[in-house]
Design a protein around this ligand. Structure first.
Ligand code: 5RP
Length: 259
């Protein structure tokens, strides 16, 4: 790995091989979703507990101060909204040049394996990986799950492996109960999990715990943090699992004490 790539990856995935990424990129297809009506207000108290911040260029420029000390993973794909029946038929929305201008440590792009339009997302993904690699910028493949696709180990390992084979330096996927170890073991690059829709706090902490115990490099979590009644408590709780080796019940206590 070249020095620039290594240096950027080390900003995202810490020396213990783990990361707590805070995802607030939802507006690129969901608009002002609950909890992100004002990203500045939501994110400011959370920054000190997150290892990286994942968001769009518009959110970064308009809601985040220029002097923050947190590595940015820039969302560079999009093109469809939640109103579109072909949700996640995404292409490149932001260039690598723009990512460099914004001093991003990494970029994130969604691929939708199994959709009729999978070819479009996989080719656009490969194109942006080519450009990002030229400048030593790691690409996160976000393995989105479309309507009708099962979130099981068979599908998630397929999508994760395809992302890695096409050049992702790390992959974001979902936790699954059937055989998440397989998803991690068959990926040649680190795997982080999304939180998914808001569930109760203990359930979200259990997902993070099980994913990390099965070998995930951490989380790239959004709604289960910023839609919680205590986003700071949840950030601290998730961090205690990922970096601190706490179990879900211990982590829940941390969350509870910050409500
Ligand atoms: C969509 C995304 C998200 O916008 C987001 O990062 C997901 O985070 P969470 O599911 O934890 O709210 O990647 O594919």
């Amino acid at each position: 790995m070249d020095w620039g790539m290594k240096n950027r990856m080390s900003k995202i995935i810490k020396s213990d091989g783990k990361t707590v990424m805070l995802a607030v990129d939802h507006g690129y297809f969901m608009g002002p979703t609950t909890g992100l009506e004002n990203i500045k207000r939501t994110v400011a108290p959370l920054l000190e507990y997150a290892d990286t911040l994942m968001l769009t260029r518009g959110a970064l420029r308009n809601y985040i101060e220029g002097d923050v000390d947190i590595p940015i993973v820039l969302r560079v794909s999009g093109g469809t909204s939640i109103l579109n029946k072909n949700l996640l038929h995404e292409g490149i929305t932001t260039s690598v040049e723009e990512a460099i201008r914004l001093n991003a440590s990494g970029i994130a792009f969604s691929i939708l394996v199994g959709a009729d339009f999978e070819r479009d997302t996989l080719l656009a993904f490969s194109q942006i990986v080519d450009e990002a690699e030229r400048y030593g910028i790691p690409t996160l493949a976000v393995t989105a799950v479309g309507k009708g696709l099962e979130r099981d180990a068979r599908y998630l390992s397929l999508a994760t492996r395809i992302g890695a084979e096409l050049g992702a330096r790390f992959v974001k996927t979902y936790y699954c109960e059937d055989d998440f170890e397989r998803v991690v073991e068959t990926s040649p690059v680190p795997v982080v999990i999304a939180g998914g829709k808001k569930v109760d706090e203990l359930a979200a902490l259990k997902i993070a715990y099980k994913a990390v115990s099965a070998g995930a490099a951490g989380v790239d979590m959004g709604r289960n943090i910023f839609q919680s009644d205590s986003p700071v408590g949840m950030m601290m709780a998730v961090k205690s699992i990922v970096h601190g080796g706490k179990n879900p019940e211990e982590a829940y206590e941390i969350y509870n004490s910050h409500r």
